[in-house]
Design a protein around this ligand. Structure first.
Ligand code: MIC
Ligand code: SF4
Length: 642
């Protein structure tokens, strides 16, 4: 039997299930990563499960999101994570060491291994030939404890790359091309496997830019083969021993296929407020730019930064533009400092930020009112920059740097000859900011500051699930709408009661108060509800407010799993038109809830106000049904251990 590359890795790690698209499988996880804004929850859950020591080949806890420290909260979380990591056998990447995905790619990723991360951009590791998947923190906690990770076996979509990128066309423009073709829902239930002649023209960091933003397609993950370019990258990282060649069998069969000719691609931009709202830079025209932000896990590699430095060298940033640059890791920043590229950036007027997520998650550098902000990031969702009226465009580092100089959106091809930056023969590898776990964890005391609050746990499923439709929202609602993250809120990721006060407020500021006043109830969503982040807080905050079920036209993968993990019912309207007939404050009820769930997929929701019935679909495996009866994954695990 012939297999695709993703199928080969899944087969090798399969614990239960059949590798048939649509059926539930579980896989063994080799590596995990957490970052600090989802990590506190993941480790509280790890502790609650009574896991003493992780059983993975390598687990790393990164600090990269919450680094502003405008109060004691961030620092409290850092200390908690550092101590809990030391105790449980987890490596700790200190603040300043870099963005989790960039560092994991440089220092720890291994082709052919599985990686589960409590961050939606974990598929960055696919650039190295890993099967790297983003998940909720509790799923990552289970994997750290040696438990399998359960997913629906995805379809495999072959993205055939032909040709070769022309000067000034970049990996960012490749993934924007895919997004334009497939949309933010186009990857749901799929793994994108990149093949074809064009693959070998792309370096590992370029491949990682592409797999990173596969998250914006809603894909389970994206993967490139492990080949000569992979070997060159690992060798330059001093990790040649981690190399294994990997590719799909020549005669394997893909579920779907698209072809992208790299030679046709030109500089692109995703316009506000969605990563799939893509147009050629040359067609958008020379709009005035107020801010340029370069960095994030998508585009902060050494070669990206060197190209930016080459464009900026000897120039001055336009007086009306604020240019900020955050190199992705300590490795990148140190190399730029040593070879003088950092001096070129600073001399041009760039404001250098620490190697962290920073403005990508609204941690500082919110643009001015009505600003046009060009960002090399992966998400331009409404409000994510911290300024609701800002118009955020996603572009390549080259387009960003060119525009920072001219003050208007600029097609970098206007600059003449493109800089050619070779991959270094050797990266500067120094892991002195990665703290190894304690040899004897039992002696480590876990430090819990006052910002660490217990997480909410659901109660077992009631016979009758009833309540009001507390809010009705449109299509493509992101987790940034459900649980906003910015410099004011991110410090409270370990404090769900506080965060809950802001749940869904970008859609309706009164939602938290209404939910509380009515003792909880239902959320009504459109299609692709919950796209974006892996943050469990988008399920935990509704849980805290008493939300019992979400009725939507469709769900994003990780958010749906997070709802089930929290014991909240994710129900899909069988007939999409039923969405139109629900109004806010309608009284809804599900009778005999456990029996209906046990009986099959269809769940009848009665609208008592309108006296109509909706047929909804609950796509849950038997294991997930058990979780729903128990009131979430933590309760389910506790029951199993009794
Ligand atoms: C994001 O890019 O939205 C984040 C912040 O990295 C999230 C994780 C989080 O919400 O903490 C993600 O992508 O999963
Ligand atoms: Fe950090 Fe932004 Fe990447 Fe999320 S998308 S991990 S916030 S850099």
């Amino acid at each position: 039997m012939a297999y695709t590359l993703a199928q080969k890795i899944i087969k090798e790690h399969l614990v239960t299930g059949e590798m048939k698209a649509g059926s539930e499988i579980s896989i063994r996880i080799d590596q995990t990563l957490t970052q600090d804004s989802t990590g506190t929850m993941a480790y509280l859950q790890l502790e609650a499960m009574g896991i003493d020591k992780v059983k993975t080949k390598r687990s790393v806890a990164y600090i990269d999101h919450n680094t502003i420290q405008s109060g004691f909260e961030n620092a409290d979380d850092h200390k908690y994570i550092q101590t809990v990591a030391a105790k449980h056998g987890i490596y700790f990447s200190r603040p300043g060491n870099g963005i989790c995905h960039q560092v994991q790619l440089e220092r720890f990723g291994v082709p052919g291994m599985t990686l589960l991360g409590s961050d939606s951009h974990t598929p960055t590791g696919g650039g190295l030939g890993m099967l790297a998947i983003g998940a909720g923190g509790v799923d990552v906690a289970v994997a750290m404890g040696g438990g399998a990770y359960y997913i629906t076996m995805p379809k495999i979509l072959n993205v055939k790359l032909a040709g070769k990128l022309r000067p000034w066309a970049t990996a960012k423009d490749v993934i924007l091309t895919v997004l334009r073709e497939l949309s933010v829902k186009g990857g749901v239930g799929k793994i994108l496997e990149y093949t074809g002649e064009g693959v070998k023209t792309l370096s590992v960091p370029e491949r990682a830019t592409i797999t990173n933003m596969g998250a914006e397609l809603g894909a389970t993950t994206s993967i490139f083969p492990s080949d000569e370019a992979t070997l060159a990258f690992l060798k330059a990282q001093g990790r040649e021993a981690d190399y294994v060649p990997l590719s799909a069998d020549a005669d394997c069969v893909y579920d779907e296929e698209i072809t992208i000719n790299l030679s046709d691609i030109e500089p692109l931009a995703a316009q506000p407020h969605s990563p799939d709202n893509v147009l050629e830079v040359s067609k958008i025209g020379k709009i005035k730019v107020d801010q340029v932000a370069i960095g994030s896990c998508t585009n902060s590699s050494y070669t990206d930064m060197m190209k930016v430095a080459a464009v900026l060298k000897g120039k001055t940033v336009h007086p009306d533009v604020s240019l900020v640059i955050a190199p992705g890791s300590k490795q990148v920043l140190t190399m730029l400092a040593q070879n003088g590229a950092l001096a070129d950036m600073v001399a041009a007027g760039a404001r250098i930020l620490e190697s962290a997520c920073g403005p990508c998650i609204g941690m500082g550098q919110s643009p001015k009112t009505d600003a046009v902000s060009l960002r090399t990031f992966n998400r331009n969702f409404y409000g994510r920059s911290g300024t609701n009226s800002a118009q955020v465009y996603l572009v390549s580092p080259e387009t960003a740097a060119a525009s920072a100089i001219t003050g208007v959106l600029t097609d970098p091809r206007e600059l003449g000859e493109a800089p050619v930056i070779p991959m270094p023969e050797a990266f500067l590898a120094n892991d002195n900011m990665v703290v190894s776990p304690a040899e004897d964890g039992s002696k480590v005391e876990v430090v819990r500051g006052p910002n660490i609050k217990p997480f909410p746990v659901n109660t077992p499923l009631a016979e009758v699930v009833s309540g009001k439709a507390l809010i009705k929202v449109e299509d493509n609602i992101t987790t940034d709408h459900i649980m906003p993250s910015n410099a004011k809120l991110l410090p409270f990721r370990s404090n769900v009661p506080y965060l809950a006060e802001f749940c869904l407020t970008p859609c309706d500021p009164e939602f938290p108060a209404r939910a509380k006043a009515n003792g909880g109830g239902f959320v009504i969503g459109g299609s692709n509800y919950g796209q974006g982040s892996s943050r469990e807080h988008a399920a935990l905050a509704p849980l805290y407010l008493g939300v019992k079920a979400v009725l939507a036209k469709s769900f994003a993968r990780i958010h749906m799993a997070n709802l089930i993990n929290s014991g909240i019912l994710p129900l899909v309207f069988k007939n999409e038109a039923d969405y139109d007939s629900v109004d806010m404050m309608d009284e809804l009820t599900i009778e005999n809830a456990p029996a209906q769930i046990a009986a099959g997929e269809e769940i009848i929701v009665k609208n008592l106000t309108k006296n109509i019935k909706y047929v909804t679909i609950l796509s849950a495996s038997d294991r997930q049904k058990e979780m729903l009866y128990a009131g979430g994954l933590i309760n389910f695990i506790k029951m199993q251990n009794q």
